[in-house]
Design a binder for this molecule. Sequence first.
Ligand code: ADP
Ligand code: TRP
Length: 318
Amino acid sequence: MDKSQKTLLSGIQPSGRPHIGNYFGAMKQFVEMQSSHDCYFMIVDYHALNTIQDAKVMRQNILDLAIDYLAIGLDPKKSVIFKQSDVAAHTELAWIFETLTTMPYLSRAHAYKDSEAKNKEISVGVFNYPMLMAADILLYNTDVVPVGADQKQHVEITRDTAEKFNRIYGDIFKLPEAHILANVAVIPGIDGRKMSKSYGNTIPLFSTDEEIEKAVMGIVTDSSGGVPKNVYEIHKLFRSESDLMKLYEEKAGKYKDLKEALIVDVKKFIGPMRDRRDELTKDSDAVLKILRDGGDRARKVADKKMDEVREKVGVKLY
Ligand code: ADP
Ligand code: TRP
C-alpha cells in the first residue's frame, strides 16, 4: 500500500443482482478511484443477514457479487477485495460502538425510520446496522467512502461515532468523508422511483439483451412534454447530454423511437461487461482465492487497529 495515497473503502450487500443504479451511483467510482487510492472493497455479508436467511442463497450471492466486482474492473492487484465475515474485528468493534451510542440517536436513522413506517418487524440487526457500518469504515483509517446519496447519513453516523470514541478514549479514529457524485446521486428506476432491488424497478447491470429490451420498453413515460423524463434520465448515463439534446429534439414526442435508441446504447455498454462476467463464472475457484487472499490482507490491518481499540478501552491486559 502506498502511504502517500488516501485510503478508500466501500461495500455492497450481497443481496441480489446489481443494477445500473448501483453501478453509476457507486461501483463505477470504485473502478475509477482504484489507481489514485489505496482501496478496500467489501462484500458486506453480515449486513445482508438482516434480509437473507437462506444459506444457499447467501453463498451464491457472495460468489456472484465477487464476480460482479471483478467484471466491472476491480483489480485484486490494485485493491483489497474481501468479505466482511472474514474479518472478525468488524463485529467486535461494532459491539464497542454500540456501548457508546444511544437508542434515541440510532432511532433517527433513515433506514430504521423507513422500516418502522412500513410497520415491519425490525431486528436488532437492522437497528444497529449503522454501528457495523461505522466499524467497517473506521477499522481501516478510511479517508473516502464512495457511495450513493442514500448512504450519506450512514457516513455521518460513522463520523459522529468516531468523534465520540475519540472524545471518550483518546484520538484513534480518522474521520471519513462520503464521496457522492452529484449528477448520479439518485438514479430513477423504470417506474420513476429510486432504482432499487427492493422495488423491482431495475435494469440489471449484467442483463441479457432480452432483459434490456423488456426493462426499457417498460419505462413509465409521462405524456405531458415531448421529452419522456424517465427515459432521458436513464439515457444520460450512457451518452453525453449534448448528443442527447439533438436526439430528443429530433424525436420529440416519439417515445418508442427514443426507447429504441436507449436500448441500443444500453446494449452497447452492457454487452462487453457481461461477456467478461461470463468468462469469470467459469473459474469460481480463482474467484474464491481472490476473496480469501483479500481477507488475509484486510485482517492484518483491521486486527492491528482492533488491538489499539482494546488498549484504549482498557480490556487489553497482556
Ligand atoms: P438497492 O437499493 O438496490 O438495494 P443498495 O442499497 O444495495 O441498493 O446500494 C448499493 C450501492 O448503490 C450504495 O452505495 C447505494 O447508495 C448505491 N445505489 C443504490 N441505488 C441507487 C440509485 N438508484 N441511484 C444511485 N445510487 C444508488
Ligand atoms: N450500507 C451500505 C449499503 O447498503 C453497504 C455498506 C456496509 C457500506 N458497510 C459499508 C458502504 C461501508 C460503504 C462503506 O449500500
